[in-house]
Design a protein around this ligand. Structure first.
Ligand code: GDP
Ligand code: MG
Length: 163
């Protein structure tokens, strides 16, 4: 079985865009509206042909525990639980948020290997963005632009080093 990498994060940070960039498919729904991807979605990353791995995209994790948002959150947690490695995706333009804090709280309880992926770093001060997220204490923090496909080589190297 191929190793499994879960993409988790609040709605609209670019999980599906990163999924597409890694799997080079348009399978994942990418949409401006937050939380469009409702359940788990699998694809294979073959950017390093010798060591393919499965990527699972999840709907955004909303804070509340009721209704569709609650079901989406459960799917994201299930994906993280079954994964070998978790990529916590955050929005480098918006900085830290309460929802990111909530997600990190349950990720810490899960105690899985976790990388912090700071997305949307195109056209912004990357160092300032990283400084904001440093308080999360996740090492390494990896700046990427999923939309512009930058930072993916370093991300890939860090993922493969942990699988
Ligand atoms: P998800 O809800 O986390 O799956 O987020 P999506 O992948 O659907 O992306 C949400 C929005 O952010 C869309 O409008 C994307 O085009 C945009 N987006 C995603 N990645 C980037 C990026 O690297 N840079 C910029 N500027 N926008 C991005
Ligand atoms: Mg999505």
């Amino acid at each position: 079985m191929l190793p499994l990498v879960a993409l988790v994060g609040r709605p609209n940070v670019g999980k599906s865009t990163l999924f597409n960039a890694l799997t080079r498919s348009r399978d994942a729904l990418v949409h401006d509206a937050p939380g469009v991807t409702r359940d788990r979605h699998y694809g294979v990353c073959r950017l390093n042909a010798e060591r393919p791995f499965v990527v699972v995209d999840t709907g955004g994790i909303a804070g509340e525990d009721e209704g569709l948002a609650g079901a989406t959150a459960r799917q994201a947690r299930a994906a993280a639980e079954e994964a070998d490695l978790v990529l916590m995706i955050v929005d480098g333009r918006e900085g830290t948020s309460g929802l990111d804090d909530d997600i990190l709280r349950w990720l810490r309880k899960l105690a899985k290997p976790t990388l912090l992926v700071v997305n949307k770093t195109d056209g912004i001060d990357v160092r300032a963005a990283l400084a904001d997220f440093a308080r999360y204490g996740i090492d390494p923090m990896l700046p990427v632009s999923s939309a512009h496909r930058t930072g993916l080589d370093t991300l890939l190297a860090n993922v493969l080093a942990r699988l």
